[in-house]
Design a protein around this ligand. Structure first.
Ligand SMILES: Cc1cc2nc3c(=O)[nH]c(=O)nc-3n(C[C@H](O)[C@H](O)[C@H](O)COP(=O)(O)O)c2cc1C
Length: 307
């Protein structure tokens, strides 16, 4: 019998597959494609204290190997999440991770304090890394001291596990991972979208109304894999890999570089049933590799001496 379970800090997941925030509904809307119990866990779209309308359209733009988005954290706010989404989570066996965002460290703390009333929420993911807010400028979450401070302040108001989601748009992501570990994070999610842009050379029209936005999907995988590896070798807490994963082989690469679980985002737009398919394919692939558990693969990369 192949053991698909993984340990994610204090959480035990039945398998290493999670949805990526903002790409798989807000609660369990995608249950018609994937049974909630099939996945390791469901990650919500970012919830902020106040409702946000998001950015002007166009805010999605397809490119050669993935797409750009500048959704701008559109959501109906924490109260609407508690009133409308959380009741539908009641009774579900799925591990629910609520992703939280904000314009300041205080916003994160207040949002988590409010969410504490929802026992259906098993853990939090802090979106320290959205490139689509604050006028498209790099957000405060690229500063290790601020990321550490936000993580610590959130940990002070909850006993639930907290995963800090990092941006790839930094020169030393390992330092960011160390900072959130020092702030008490139970794990790191690596990574959010890369800053990118598109333009029509004939008309001069940018692909996104905000000009720059977050690049995701197939094309970002090598960058995301390097970020995940760098995080995994920098900290002792678990790393959740994310970025460009579209196949089972992609997912296994993230496990081998040291991730304890993986999230799938953009690839679910093309195939909303993909996550469930990957879970089903996993046991045979592990057997083919000669291992009887997912844990046996985690961190099995053979990094050359001195690298
Ligand atoms: C349309 C869209 C919306 C997203 N919204 C969020 C969000 O609300 N919060 C967040 O932390 N990440 C958000 N992300 C980032 C994804 O969760 C993920 O980190 C990123 O897309 C890389 O993974 P992928 O290449 O598998 O999509 C969004 C991505 C896309 C494409």
């Amino acid at each position: 019998m192949t053991d698909l379970s993984v340990q994610l800090g204090p959480l035990q997941l039945r398998n290493p597959f999670l949805s990526a925030s903002g790409t798989f509904g807000h609660g369990l809307e995608m249950k018609h494609f994937v049974s909630p119990d099939a996945l390791g866990g469901w990650v919500s779209k970012t919830v902020t204290i106040e409702p946000r309308a998001g950015n002007p359209a166009p805010r999605i733009c397809e490119t050669e190997a993935g797409f750009l988005n500048s959704i701008g954290l559109e959501n109906r706010g924490v109260q609407a999440y508690l009133d409308n989404i959380v009741p539908a989570l009641r009774g579900s066996e799925a591990v629910i991770i609520t992703n939280v965002g904000g314009a300041s460290p205080d916003d994160f703390v207040t949002a988590v304090e409010r969410l504490e009333e929802a026992e259906e929420v098993d853990a939090y993911e802090l979106n320290l890394s959205c490139p689509n807010v604050q006028g498209g400028k790099l957000p405060y979450g690229t500063d290790p001291a601020v990321a550490e401070d936000v993580t610590r302040r959130v940990k002070d108001v909850t006993k639930k596990p907290v995963f800090s989601k990092l941006s790839p748009n930094v020169s030393r992501i390992g330092d960011m991972a160390k900072a959130v570990e020092a702030g008490g994070a139970d794990g790191v999610t690596a990574v959010n979208t890369l800053l990118g842009m598109a333009v029509d050379w004939r008309t001069g029209a940018p692909g996104l109304a905000t000009v720059q936005g977050g690049y995701s999907g197939r094309g970002v995988k090598p960058v995301a894999l390097r970020c995940a590896w760098e995080c995994a070798r920098s900290v002792d807490i678990p790393v959740i890999g994310c970025g460009g994963i579209s196949t089972l082989e992609d997912a296994l690469e993230f496990l081998v570089v040291g991730c304890s679980a993986v999230q799938i985002g953009t690839a679910s737009f093309a195939n909303p049933g993909l996550l469930a398919e990957l879970v089903l394919e996993l046991p045979a692939k592990l057997q083919e590799a000669g291992v009887d558990s997912v844990e046996a693969l985690i961190g099995s990369i053979r990094t050359p001496e001195g690298v």
